[in-house]
Design a protein around this ligand. Structure first.
Ligand SMILES: Nc1ncnc2c1ncn2[C@@H]1O[C@H](COP(=O)(O)OP(=O)(O)OP(=O)(O)O)[C@@H](O)[C@H]1O
Ligand SMILES: Nc1ncnc2c1ncn2[C@@H]1O[C@H](COP(=O)(O)OP(=O)(O)OP(=O)(O)O)[C@@H](O)[C@H]1O
Lengths: 230, 230
């Protein structure tokens, strides 16, 4: 049974705790703020009120016996850095830490943190990418040169099957999923339109106006295709 | 030429500004903190020192003439809500706003904000998903029932071609990309190993130990496959 310690129950730490619990993991939730600890008690059995820079308290909480520790203290660099130093001294191998600047990230990485997380920067970049390409509904970096984007089916694709479109050869991208609207009836007998996702598109599937497609490819190839649909 | 106004240059607002500029858009960057405005001047021509709850100042800054406004003030709900109310009164149609709670998000949505963004929650969920499945390197929700995950090639897939594996029929998922290591030489003539991504995998591609694959499918199908690889 996977066991984690989450230190700092701000928005990030609380979400991590809540999601880990939903996925069946055990969590020790720690915060210096009694109110946050009380809030956590509704979802976690082990919610501990303590100062995470107190090495004895960390040891008593069993933080050196978990699979990984998540640091959710972005706003207070000194506390974050000191706590990571203590955790590393205690032999904690896997630490994931929220940071709020590149410098904070570099310091923690040098100290052996496995992964630093900068939510505002990560999401800021994603949103900016969506903004400049109004037809992009979703955007994700697959590697530094490749992306996945979700776009409305361009006009010149509508009514054509994937076989006819032959996007791999023509545009060097692949269509990995099609989102389409399905007229259906809800639990009250009302006619509603529901969005369905087909993640195993076949060569004979035909793209309709209003559908969305998820495409994957090199950034330059994806930008070329998306650029022409604006 | 796409034109945006970014109000609030915290980590999120600054990243949005920086990324939009990199993508060739025009940006009006606004903040009440002179230091933040000075910092922004190094990347934006239009960096304005003002209080965003001042309707005249917003009008003089040309905020009612942009394609969309991005609110980067998560921490101060009252300022965020008041400013959105003013922007809507000025006729601004497209507003994207950072929020720091579900309640904040619901309020802004009712007021007509096109999209609310809660970075700590969005990233917190992604990281928690990565944590419980140690073999997951990347995770993204494609729709409420479908995900894309990046995993190490499971042992029982190694040495087999995509045609042999027939994952669509056997596991109801599709392999949309393969990340593999390539021995190469860097600019100093040093032998290095570089990670390459193949986003157009063909049926004859063979998966090697140590490769990573990006798979797409219904959450239940993906979890079933990933669950068995732990
Ligand atoms: N020394 C400490 N020991 C334990 N918890 C602490 C300590 N210092 C701060 N915290 C807690 O860490 C939590 C997160 O801190 P803070 O709000 O500074 O980070 P944040 O990165 O801005 O959070 P968010 O995830 O909401 O963006 C708070 O609940 C705070 O009480
Ligand atoms: N009335 C205002 N007018 C203009 N700018 C403001 C106003 N109030 C706050 N700001 C600016 O908004 C920016 C972001 O505010 P704040 O730090 O509260 O938000 P945040 O959501 O925590 O930011 P981050 O993106 O760093 O997480 C700050 O630079 C601040 O100076």
């Amino acid at each position: 049974m996977a066991k984690f310690a989450v230190i700092g129950l701000g928005n990030f730490g609380y979400t991590i705790t809540e999601t880990l619990i939903q996925k069946g993991a055990e969590v020790i939730a720690i915060d210096i703020d009694e109110k946050k600890v009380e809030e956590a008690k509704s979802i976690v059995t082990d919610a501990i009120h303590m100062d995470c820079t107190d090495e004895n308290a960390l040891h008593n909480a069993g933080v050196d016996n978990v699979d990984a520790v998540v640091m959710g203290i972005g706003g207070n660099k000194e506390v974050s850095i000191l706590t990571v130093a203590i955790l590393r001294k205690m032999g904690v191998a896997k630490i994931y830490a929220k940071v709020d600047s590149e410098l904070h990230s570099r310091i923690l990485k040098i100290m052996g943190v496995k992964r630093t997380i900068f939510p505002e920067q990560y999401v800021g970049r994603e949103i900016a990418n969506l903004l400049v390409s109004q037809h992009i509904f979703n955007y994700m970096e697959i590697s530094k040169d490749h992306t996945m984007v979700e776009i409305l089916v361009p006009d010149y694709f509508t009514g054509k099957s994937l076989r006819e479109l032959d996007v791999r050869n023509k545009y060097h991208i692949s269509i990995i999923a099609i989102k389409y609207k399905k007229a259906t009836v809800d639990e009250d007998g009302e006619n509603i339109v529901k969005e369905e996702t087909n993640v195993l598109p076949s060569a004979d599937d035909v793209l309709q106006k209003g559908d969305k497609i998820l495409i994957v490819g090199k950034k330059s190839d994806v930008n070329q295709l998306v650029g022409t649909t604006q």
